[in-house]
Design a protein around this ligand. Structure first.
Ligand code: GMT
Length: 377
């Protein structure tokens, strides 16, 4: 099949998932075209099966805001026509689903009938999408896609609760390529460079937005390091990073906390990790937690959104109420009670991660594409 993938090319979960999906589809022989404003960060190679088309934006003095949707939908039309694409798979509703609808209508005028699959990822529904500024357009573009998927049961239900949806939404969980985690583990895991042999390593990966509650990560670590020798690694960049750094200074734990910035080496860093902290306010799925589980890491997370569908309480880690730092500390210490308990949680996390393996999920998307090609125009 010839598939166009539209996503945010950044470190956010939806862009990561879309990129991994595109690469997996190309590996299976499909022709995949990424259409986005920058080279996706996780796209490590291009081939005759894998292409990238940049959406250029023209600056014009009249525009206070550049009309990205216009540029994107025009680019979609151009790429669909030039490469005879059959399906456009757009990740994150805003503004991708809306731009895809416009592209579809423009193509229809030229006698080309492209199919549009929209995948809802989370904040496009829970935070930004349901805001009155965008709600009407988001609802319209969900209802006018050929197929709509959501990354968890919780996100599907939230979408149905918040919008007037007149169609089905299929749940397709996010996935990981478990083989690549095994490779990262097989390469030498340089744990010793970061911590003493008797020290526990806790990790957090995010884009440091308010929704991630990074200060709860720091506070949880503060409680843990009082009881157990440990280090905290934080990967990512974003608006709350400075606040988090200031909190580590205030709590006098700066020497145990490392801010590593954005990284494309997340898999390698996760191989050091014992416990992953994800105390988010809301999380439709928690791909970062799944990636940590694939790297054999136990999870301490909140019980919000789709997180309970990924992190199984008492098995892969523990769930706490949003903001209940004391409970997160107590749960982390339960996991760190002794070496055997920690190893058991890490093993169970890895085993559970396997059920979200690429080999199980990518065929679901392939089936969705081939089914939607059968939908009458
Ligand atoms: O919140 C992020 O880290 C980025 C955001 C995105 O769309 O780029 O993530 C959302 O999509 C991910 C992939 O499906 C999910 O794993 C995240 O849970 C979701 N984030 C939220 O719901 C806050």
């Amino acid at each position: 099949m010839k598939i166009g993938i539209v996503c945010y090319p950044t470190y956010g979960g939806s862009g990561v998932l879309a990129t991994e999906l595109g690469m997996a589809l190309a590996d299976k022989g499909h022709e995949v075209h990424f259409i986005t404003y920058n080279h996706p960060v996780r796209l490590d190679y291009l081939s005759h099966h894998l292409h990238f088309h940049r959406v250029d934006i023209e600056e014009y003095p009249l525009f206070q805001y550049q009309p990205y949707e216009l540029a994107l939908s025009s680019k979609m039309v151009e790429v669909v026509r030039k490469h005879n694409l059959e399906v456009l798979h757009v990740h994150y509703a805003i503004p991708h689903a809306y731009a895809a609808y416009m592209a579809k209508e423009m193509l229809k005028e030229k006698g080309i009938f492209i199919k549009v699959v929209t995948t809802l990822h989370g904040t496009d529904i829970t935070l930004v999408g349901s805001h009155p500024t965008y709600k009407t357009a988001v609802e319209f573009s969900i209802n006018h896609s050929d197929v709509v998927t959501a990354v968890s049961n919780n996100l599907r239900q939230t979408t149905l609760d918040r919008f007037n949806i007149t169609r089905d939404i299929q749940v397709v969980y996010n996935f990981i390529d478990i083989k690549r985690y095994k490779e990262a583990e097989a390469e030498e895991c340089q744990r010793i460079t970061l911590a003493e042999p008797d020290e526990i390593i806790l990790t957090h990966v995010s884009n440091f937005r308010a929704v991630k509650r990074v200060q709860d990560v720091i506070r949880t670590f503060y409680g843990v390091q009082k009881e157990v020798p440990s280090k905290l690694l934080l990967i990512g960049e974003g608006p709350d990073r400075i606040k988090a750094e200031n909190l580590t200074k205030k709590l006098k734990i700066s020497d145990k906390v490392f801010f590593l910035g954005n990284s494309t080496e997340v898999r390698k860093i996760l191989c050091y990790s014992d416990v992953f902290l994800l105390p988010s306010q809301t999380e439709s799925f928690g791909l970062a937690a799944l990636e940590a589980m694939a790297g054999k890491t136990a999870i301490i997370s909140t019980n919000t959104g789709g997180l309970p569908e990924v992190n199984v309480h008492g098995k892969t880690g523990f769930l706490s109420d949003v903001g209940d730092v004391d409970d997160m500390v107590a749960n982390t210490l339960k996991i760190l009670k002794n070496k055997e308990t920690l190893e058991q949680f890490k093993r169970q996390a890895y085993e559970h991660a396997k059920s979200f393996s690429l080999d199980n999920i990518v065929p679901v998307y392939e089936e969705i594409y081939s089914n939607c090609l059968q939908i009458e125009v």
